[in-house]
Design a protein around this ligand. Sequence first.
Ligand code: S3P
Length: 452
Amino acid sequence: MEASDVGHRSPPSPLRATRSRGLSGRLRPPGDKSVSHRALILGLLCVGETQIEGLLEGDDVLRTAAACRQLGARVIRHGEGVWSVNGAGLGSLLTPRETLDFGNAGTGSRLMMGVVGGHAVTARFDGDASLRKRPMKRILDPLQLQGARILEQAEGGRCPIVLQGTSEPLPIEYRTPVASAQIKSAVLLAGLNSPGRTTVIETEASRDHTEKMLLHFGAHVVSDPFGEHGRKITLEGRPELRASKVSVPADPSSAAFPLAAAVIAEGSEIVVEGVMTNPLRSGLLTTLLEMGARIELENRRVEGGEEVADIKARYSPQLRGVDVPAARAPSMIDEYPILAVIASFASGETRMRGLSELRVKESDRLAAIAAGLAANGVEWAIEGDDLIVKGGAGEVKGGGLVETQLDHRIAMSFLVMGLAAREAVTVDDQSMIATSFPSFRPLMEKLGAKFE
Ligand code: S3P
């Protein structure tokens, strides 16, 4: 399977969601996007066969698979979600002949910049109109300290970028300027091929999938607490990486959509199975419980080194607005669009603090959320980096046309709104949903969701 062209290259394809009462049933969302990218990348960096089960076959991850091939790995799909990677090995990447085209994928491109930055190869990175707007300087800055060189870049450190890596990355200690697992991971991945020790300090802990995956593949990584909410991660360079088996748990960021739909659509009761409950990803669950959502975690277990659970969600007519602290943002950074939708159905105000990073996601998510809320009759305000949503106590007018701005999570969030609003909600383009949750529509339809 090859990466397909989505988004800016195909004509927009609108989709409409109409009120759907009594959602019911069980579903398993696809594999976690963050873990899927990392499994392929670590596979590229080992000699021998890495076997992956439950890989997300979304466009973003397929782009990473294609880039791994271009850098010298043999990547084979054996069946749904079942893939193998025969790696080129640490220190032995090939120089890609063509541009590494990451489409819409911020994570894939940024992590792979780390890999390239720490190897004696030169690669050109590019992507779609959304990726071309995203800031890459935050990745290029530390990579340059490690010894990589930027041969070409668009204005402000944006794609297309030509990056020349180094065969001897310098051991550095780097403090990330914002809580970002992508920055942390790029530095660590470049540091893998360093003859010394690489340290990353983050004052707010971000998702730790790279550290966990590195440990799983045999690298020496130590993660210590730093300050009140931070971490100090130390990696010994040039480890003997072992090709491994990876089982990818279901993506909590995708699970958020059916869970939210069940909470706001009258008479619903669903179970979402095998969802990763890593505490650095579960901020939305914490927030939903505070809001009074009827959510229960069942059958908690560990699968493939990650905590998972089946999550039961029921219609929750007593949702109340809450104050979401800025410190929680890293653990739910991708869930603010759907939280804003849920908050529209609560009684009272929900204040989400410290959302500056939302401005540099697949779209300016703060602006895209606000425009979507306004189009559907929901009152909101932005104060500095805080978003305030005024809930309609179970009633949202709907009826709007939402501009998705090449952003999959904006598309899915407002479709979920349409399942519970009085009037149908239309998104201008559903195609980007394929980047992270290609089975969104059929899985939601199985629960009883109505789209047309
Ligand atoms: C990701 C990290 C987050 C998140 C993105 C996936 C990752 O970005 O928004 O969807 O897999 O490392 P930042 O680390 O830049 O916040």
